[in-house]
Design a protein around this ligand. Structure first.
Ligand code: G6P
Length: 750
């Protein structure tokens, strides 16, 4: 059915719905009113005729008195005949005082005599139905020289009153028909106009427009005060529904797969990230597969295994090229393939400009408050644009339909969402920003801030870890772009497309992959002690990070030093293992940081080491996830002291690894994880003494307290696992897709 015919049938239905009841009401009114008016018209006519009769009688008193005195019957009858030439006076008669009809016109009704119809009284007028029609009879006294002689009977023709009544009835019916038509017309017109107004208002509402911006004084003003409340209400309902779902539903790989099939009809999922989940490297023993130290990969990989689909990423391994097919595809995980990895090749120069330069010397320090200055170079920006284009082309070539769901990951691809949107307007682009988003002033430093924001607004959904980062983003767009930012609904409308900005706190797979195969806690402890040459009596502290200046490794080592200083009894009884995966080592700031960490560790070791005792074990090398898990299970305390971190999944990994419900987490308040893991010992890493105290508290915490805290954190991570993170985004995406499909069908532009 065409839109036009839908509209006309809607108008017809609307018209009938208004007009039929209106006609019914009008008919009822007319039905009640006509007899009433009839009655009143008759009453008026009778009153008229009464007055007329009295007037005629009084005018005739004198001539009639004289004629009566003369007693000439013929003369009187002739005079009566002349008088009734008046068209309304039909007959005249005279009765004497005893009630005898002495004189009358020929037309005088014989049956009438000297009495009034239906009454014995001579004083009141009455109506009489004659074969010729209705007549009015009045009996008025006649006196001669002040002496009452008899009465004059005046019979008036009432047919004119009946005619008048019929005319009035006709006028009333016509009046009601006309009134009915006018009211119907006005009602339908008003209904039609306000319907159109509401439709326009609702369209804009759906688009997320603020109505009063486009129509300042318009007819939509009645919607304006409602829009904010309505949206806030919808969000509250949504949040409540979510909370309900969060409390009752367990998300796992199977549930996520079901969601994909039910809500997204098995639509194709494409993930884009810079870092690949599996890196093939050449070694002396042949090709080996490494898994990188990346929170992004830790989180997204289990989701991808559940969803299948295609993951597009930079092929950075030395043997990556050797294992792909003609389409640069390789099936992963290598042992039991579940999805396709599409590799993108970058030259040294491209990697240096796009990855090391713009992404990691520019955007990374820009978004993290870690007191390292961002560096922006035009040459890096040009590479960043070019590589975003290359990835966009890869997405387009991998898409099997025009409406895939594309999950764009992180700050390496701020321009990608808009590029995809232009090429595939029907695609659903979910961008997740894994790092913090700064306030507008800080972001304003970037010379290409508008371009980055416009690029990101190609996303259908833009996710951050926390509501705070969402607000920062909304405010940044509000400050630097011409766009409609709606804080109530957390949406941004620009150039006819809309982006939902939402918080989706990321998480990990729970229980972790291969968990069942992990050795028992005691075995893990033995393994680690042996590997690191640590005494059995020594408590173990652990840090697991990329060697990155945002991770607060320096502050952590200083706190450790301070704790040993404050509690000399801990010297020889506590040692700290820092696993530090080398990272972005071509960047000067990272090289300097690496040197500072090594120097500080050496300095502490110099101060406190003894034969067979080393307080700090710094392991700057790559560790596979299984091995890191052994360390988690062996550690009495895990320290996460980031200066600024989107989420920090190490904190969650430590909790997930501790199925013995022991061990203590010391956690920086500047991580996203601190908003979820309240039972950790929360610290400000800039405050060295406070962190040192927390470390000591952790090392001396009674087992029952460790258990209570760990148990609560494990339940949190198990419920809010990475499948829930992905499910929330995909459910939102499914909702948007349904809305877009509906809008397509009814011809509304969202
Ligand atoms: C952070 C970023 C990720 C990145 C990871 C490792 O977690 O958000 O996008 O993959 O660091 O960094 P790298 O530069 O080695 O990929």
């Amino acid at each position: 059915m065409s839109l036009r015919s839908i509209k006309s049938s809607r108008s017809l239905r609307l018209t009938l719905r208004f007009v039929i009841p209106l006609i019914a009401v009008m008919t009822l009114l007319a039905y009640l009113l006509v007899p009433l008016v009839d009655k009143m018209t008759l009453k008026w006519s009778v009153r008229d005729l009464d007055a007329r009769s009295r007037l005629i009688t009084s005018a005739f008193q004198e001539p009639l008195g004289e004629l009566l005195l003369q007693g000439n019957k013929t003369k009187i009858n002739n005079w009566f005949a002349r008088v009734i030439q008046d068209e309304r006076l039909y007959a005249l008669g005279y009765c004497d005082g005893t009630g005898r009809l002495l004189y009358h016109t020929a037309s005088f009704p014989a049956a009438l005599g000297c009495s009034l119809p239906g009454t014995s009284s001579y004083d009141s007028p009455a109506l009489l139905q004659l074969p010729r029609g209705l007549v009015h009879v009045a009996v008025n006294p006649v006196s001669v020289d002040g002496v009452s002689r008899g009465s004059l009977m005046l019979v008036h023709d009432m047919s004119y009153a009946q005619r008048r009544s019929e005319d009035t009835r006709k006028y009333i019916v016509v009046f009601f028909i006309v009134l009915c038509l006018i009211v119907s017309f006005i009602t339908v017109l008003i209904a039609h106009l306000s319907w159109r107004g509401w439709i326009a208002g609702v369209r804009m509402f759906l688009r997320g427009d603020e109505i009063n911006r486009s129509f300042p004084e318009s007819s939509h003003s009645e919607l304006q005060p409602l829009v904010g409340d309505l949206k806030a209400l919808l969000r509250a309902v949504d949040a409540e529904k979510r909370l309900d779902d969060d409390m009752t539903f367990t998300w796992d790989a199977a549930a996520l797969r079901t969601l994909l099939h039910k809500q997204l009809m098995g639509d194709q999922i494409i993930v884009v990230s810079n870092r690949e989940p599996y890196i093939h490297v050449k070694t002396a023993e042949g090709i080996k597969v490494n898994r990188p130290a990346s929170g992004l990969v830790t989180a997204v990989e289990p989701v991808m295994r559940a969803c299948s689909g295609t993951w597009i990423a930079h092929g950075s391994g030395t043997a990556d090229y050797d294992v792909v097919d003609k389409k640069d595809h390789v099936r992963v995980p290598p042992d039991h393939p579940e999805y396709t990895l599409r590799r993108i090749w970058l030259s040294k120069e491209e990697e240096s400009g796009y990855y090391y330069g713009f992404a990691n010397e520019g955007i990374w320090p820009l978004c993290h408050i870690a007191h390292v200055r961002p560096v922006f170079r035009t040459s890096d920006w040009l590479q960043y644009m070019a590589i975003n284009k290359r990835f966009a082309a890869a997405v387009i070539s991998e898409a099997q339909r025009d409406d895939p769901v594309i999950l764009v990951q992180d700050y390496h691809f701020a321009l990608l969402p808009d590029m995809i949107r232009r090429a595939m307007p029907r695609a659903t682009v979910i961008t997740f920003w894994h790092i913090p988003w700064p306030n507008p002033e800080s972001f304003g430093i970037c010379p290409w801030r508008e371009e980055l924001l416009k690029g990101m607004l190609g996303s259908t959904i833009l996710g951050f870890h926390t509501p705070f980062h969402c607000t920062n983003f909304l405010e940044t767009v509000d400050r630097y772009l011409e766009a409609r930012v709606n804080y109530a609904s957390s949406t941004i409308a620009r150039h006819g497309s809309m982006t939902l900005v939402e918080a989706y706190p990321i998480s990990i797979q729970f229980p972790p992959a291969g968990h069942a195969r992990l050795p028992a806690i005691a075995q893990c402890r033995d393994y680690v002690r042996k590997a690191m040459n640590i005494e059995k009596t020594c408590l173990i502290g652990l840090g697991v990070d990329r060697l990155d200046y945002t991770k607060g490794i320096i502050e952590r080592l200083r706190a450790l030093e301070c704790m040993l200083e404050n509690h000399p009894d801990m010297v020889g009884r506590f040692c700290f293992i820092q696993i530090a995966a080398p990272s972005r080592s071509e960047i000067e700031d990272y090289q300097a940081f690496d040197a500072r960490v090594r120097a500080l560790a050496a300095q502490i070791n110099l101060k406190y080491s003894a034969p067979g005792y080393l307080p700090v074990h710094l392991k700057v090398e790559h560790h596979e996830p299984e091995e890191v898990n052994l360390y988690y299970r062996a550690a009495d305390v895990c320290m996460v002291t980031s200066l600024h971190d989107g989420m920090n999944l190490v904190a969650k990994e430590y909790v997930a690894a501790r199925d013995d419900e022991q061990g203590v987490l010391v956690l920086s308040r500047f991580t996203g994880a601190a908003h979820e893991l309240y039972e950790a010992l929360i610290v400000n890493p800039y405050h060295i003494e406070q962190t040192a105290d927390a470390l000591y508290q952790a090392l001396t915490m009674p087992v029952f307290e460790q258990q209570a805290r760990m148990c609560s954190m494990r339940s949190m991570v198990s419920n809010f696992n990475v499948y829930r993170w992905a499910a929330r985004m995909l459910l939102d995406a499914a909702r948007v897709r349904q809305r877009e499909k509906l809008a397509d069908r009814i011809g509304v532009q969202l």
